[in-house]
Design a protein around this ligand. Structure first.
Ligand code: F3S
Length: 639
């Protein structure tokens, strides 16, 4: 009796046993990239020397860095478009939509495997596709036909019963899970949704849940492919992509969680973590300065229609700035057709293009100490572009109701229409470009912002390095390699990007690394949570970071460290964290012994203490680390 996750993995497994915790390798059918991670991924693919991608489908989206206030982002877009045309990759132009929204609408298929260089790639798992976020180099390798390596996850059944009450949204289902389990609660797990309540949840509603399953640290989250999926694909004009796919009756799971939807209330994740969840009733009366509705979490047609129904005939509070960013051009066209766009404009909303926008700090930063309600998935410190801002994550219903009243407002207390009959979408793929039929004639466009990928050196057998920074728990990739309009244009220019590493924690981090020829990072639990951006490994690598020693790692970031030849070390005894001080010199000896021992004794030359740590890596991972990263390894083994 198999669960759905096992069925899809079994159909794609190349190596390994499906035992939780064991390394497995799977065949990848589809890949996606977005521009902020895509330029590096395609440079890495180019370095592999293949004439075209080997996947069934690879799509390159431009949705993150769409502001063009200088030549940098436009250079990136031109590079991405030309690479796509030459190597057999579909290209979604800037303005066409957010990668996850467009992929769900136009390309995801039940039963397929998808990896994407964006941590919210699991959005597509809303239709029974096994979609996983990965580093750009892993995506490049998948495009080159290499299998994708991951640790076999546990499969957790999330049984949904009952039905959502008026004013309560699927966002509240995932907020409830975050409240119960925390941002570390999904590490090493897939959340598979079952239960009677599924028949009440549309693919868009499911996608909000699978999208934000990333915030649990999960490998992915998945819904079956059923009548709702069929209906969705029919409305998308691609009924041929439907196939029913679900767990066997009585399938077994490693754990089961039950949520009664009828018991849920509207909630918000409070600053600065997606798991700091409280009911809206506890926040009632807090004044709001900004409301932003959009992002890959809540920018589908149904999300925006619910917001429109609340705003209908009303005005946004005078002290609130309301921002709407539709998830795709398809959604925008539908908003025009239904009259919802007019409702937004008449209510006093500002309409942005169909991109990530404020979610990644690309404009619309809140005012100093401003309270911003966002329908997004992340509220990490500084991500909005304003360090002192207080960002709350809610459903579109809470956001719209609060925009009108100017204070946190529970939408379940307001009457509005919330039942939308299924309608066909307006399909227009005019901003999706297919690859050239004559790839030899396509020139790759490399403007001055496209810099070569920096190369790492092989790992020495012993090293002695200073602790250049000591950090606490839950350090995000936003801390390591910040987002925002000032930094993002340099995603293809690691030399420049590295000057921003840890800028908000330690403004002189770059100089410290330069003066000490790199070093070692020490951190607490869940180091590297958040986005899949490999820049959070690549830029530290460029600065000479050779190892990260912490209490635990986030999954994708650990894989990125390995891919770029940085040793991921875990304290055997977490209390030893307190023994190490910043600028201590740590000596790591006989690293080749890691192949046989998977553990290491570090000597702190400053304090004279010894610290034991372990390395949770396979032999194949160690091969990459010792070579100085996956690209070095591939080059060496190709020659
Ligand atoms: Fe974009 Fe934010 Fe999603 S940056 S991909 S909308 S998490």
């Amino acid at each position: 009796m198999e669960n759905l996750t096992h069925k899809i993995l079994k159909a794609h497994i190349i190596r390994g046993e499906m035992i939780p915790g064991e390394p497995i390798e799977i065949r990848i059918d589809q890949t996606l990239t977005q521009d902020a991670t895509g330029t590096m991924a395609y440079m890495q693919f180019e370095a592999m020397g293949l004439p075209s991608v080997k996947t069934e489908l690879s799509v390159s989206y431009v949705d993150h860095n769409t502001l063009q206030s200088g030549y940098m982002n436009a250079d990136d877009h031109a590079y991405l478009q030309s690479v796509a045309s030459k190597y057999g990759i579909v290209f979604s132009k800037p303005g066409n939509g957010i990668c996850h929204q467009v992929h769900l609408e136009r390309f995801a298929k039940p039963g397929k495997t998808l990896i994407g260089s964006d941590s919210h790639t699991p959005t597509s798992s809303a239709m029974g596709c096994l979609a996983i976020g990965a580093g750009g180099l892993d995506v490049a390798k998948a495009m080159a036909g290499y299998p994708y390596r991951l640790t076999m996850p546990k499969v957790v059944e999330v049984r949904l019963i009952g039905s959502l009450r008026h004013g309560v949204s699927s966002k509240d289902i995932i907020l409830e899970l975050l409240r119960r389990l925390s941002v570390k609660g999904g590490v090493g797990k897939v959340f598979e949704y079952t239960g009677d309540a599924l028949k009440t949840l549309s693919v868009y509603q499911r996608a909000t849940i699978t999208n934000m399953g990333a915030e649990l640290g999960a490998t992915t989250s998945i819904f079956p492919s059923d009548e709702k999926t069929k209906e969705f694909l029919e409305k998308q004009g691609r009924p041929e992509d439907y196939r029913p796919l679900q767990a066997d009756p009585q399938a077994s799971y490693d754990e089961t969680i039950e949520i009664d939807l009828s018991q849920l209330k509207p909630m918000a994740a409070c600053p600065n973590s997606p798991d700091a969840v409280r009911p809206i009733t506890e926040l009632a009366g807090i004044k709001v300065d900004q409301v932003a509705i959009g992002s890959c979490t809540n920018s589908g047609y149904e999300d925006l229609m619910k917001a429109a129904m609340i705003l209908k005939g009303k005005k946004v509070s005078p002290h609130v700035s309301l921002i709407i960013s539709p998830g795709s051009r398809q959604v925008l066209l539908k908003l025009i057709q239904s009259g919802a766009l007019q409702i937004f404009i008449q209510a006093g909303a500002r309409i942005l293009e169909c991109t990530c926008g404020p979610c990644i700090g690309m404009g619309q930063s809140p005012k100093t100490e401003g309270v911003s309600i966002r329908t997004f998935n992340r509220n990490f410190y500084g991500r909005s572009g304003t360090l002192s801002a207080k960002v709350y994550l809610t459903s579109p219903e809470v956001a719209a109701a609060s925009a009108v009243s100017g204070v946190f407002t529970d939408p379940s207390m307001i009457a509005y229409e919330d039942d939308f009959a299924p309608e066909p979408q307006i399909i227009d793929d005019g901003m999706i470009l297919y690859p050239s039929r004559d790839p030899d004639s396509v020139e790759i466009i490399r403007g001055p912002n496209i810099k070569p990928i920096p190369q790492n050196t092989a790992m020495p057998s012993s090293l002695s390095k200073k602790v250049v920074i000591k950090l606490g728990d839950n350090i995000t990739t936003d801390h390591i390699a910040p987002a925002g309009a000032e930094v993002l244009p340099y995603r293809s220019n690691i030399e420049k990007l590295s000057t921003f590493v840890f800028k908000n924690n330690k403004p002189d981090f770059y100089d410290i690394c330069q003066n000490n020829h790199g070093g070692i990072i020490v951190a607490g639990e869940n180091y590297g949570q958040g986005s899949s951006r490999e820049h959070a490994a690549l830029a530290p690598m460029y600065l000479g970071i050779k190892a990260v020693l912490c209490k635990s790692f986030a999954r994708i970031h650990k894989a990125n460290l390995i891919n770029f030849g940085i040793l991921p070390l875990i304290f055997e005894n977490p209390e030893d964290y307190d023994k190490i001080q910043e600028m201590d010199t740590l000596q790591l000896s006989d690293l080749k012994n890691l192949y046989t021992q998977r553990s290491l004794e570090i000597y702190d030359q400053t304090s004279g203490q010894k610290i034991r740590c372990r390395v949770e890596c396979t032999d194949a991972d160690l091969d990459l680390i010792m070579a100085g990263g996956a690209l070095n390894y591939i080059r060496q083994n190709a020659s």
